[in-house]
Design a protein around this ligand. Structure first.
Ligand SMILES: [Zn+2]
Length: 213
């Protein structure tokens, strides 16, 4: 996932203050389908930043009635003893997301990509997010890094469920520009109705990976 380097700007909102009531609204939707994300934080995010990041991902998908279940498998938010659920076979409604601290290299344009997902036309199970690239892009867009990180995880998660297609608008745009910064700050960037419908259908009947892919 890349972000166009458009000029312009807007001030960052106070995400910490805004989240509680938004979460309250999201919880009223009673989402029916659940996406489980096994999170491996190799970038060692502080616990507070991780909490805000996962809240944003949960909200981004919650707008579409999708509930997110988190398994913290590595990092500050992971339990001291290994979580046995991180080691069992993944089901069709589960994905693994790795957060990596791979440094930006100005000479290598590949390092400016924020994330990638290993997918075929039906999706996949493994996604990677490059935290330094997300931080650099958040600075360009003038939004909080944990805010953008939460959306990037949601974006790659949807790729893993639905495949590589992008939209012209919303969460599944190929890249976010300053034009989307306001939606990012309002935590209102979501799926299009067809994407939401398709994702709900894919998550409806969890089964083992072997039986599906
Ligand atoms: Zn994408």
């Amino acid at each position: 996932m890349e972000v166009p380097r458009d000029p312009a700007q807007c001030g960052a909102m106070n995400l910490t203050n805004a989240l509680p009531w938004i979460l309250l609204m999201a919880s009223a939707a009673c989402p029916a389908q659940t996406l489980t994300i096994r999170l491996y934080d190799h970038a060692n995010l502080p616990a507070g930043e991780m909490a805000r990041t996962t809240e944003v991902t949960t909200l981004a998908l919650g707008h579409s009635g999708i509930q997110v279940k988190w398994l913290q498998c590595r990092g500050a938010a992971a339990p001291a003893s290994p979580d046995a659920t991180c080691d069992v076979e993944m089901r069709s409604n589960e994905i693994t997301m790795r957060l990596l601290p791979l440094a930006l290299d100005p000479k290598d344009p590949r390092t400016t990509e924020m994330a990638c997902a290993i997918v075929n036309s039906e999706g996949g199970h493994y996604g990677t997010v490059y935290v330094p690239a997300v931080r650099a892009t958040a600075k360009e867009l003038d939004v909080a890094a944990d805010l953008l990180l939460g959306f990037v995880i949601a974006h790659e998660g949807v790729h893993l469920m639905l495949g590589p297609a992008h939209s012209r608008s919303g969460l599944m745009r190929a890249g976010y520009s300053r034009k989307e910064a306001g939606d990012l700050q309002r935590v209102s960037l979501g799926l299009t109705p067809p994407e939401a419908h398709k994702l709900a259908a894919v998550l409806k009947v969890p089964s083992t990976m072997a039986s599906l892919r």
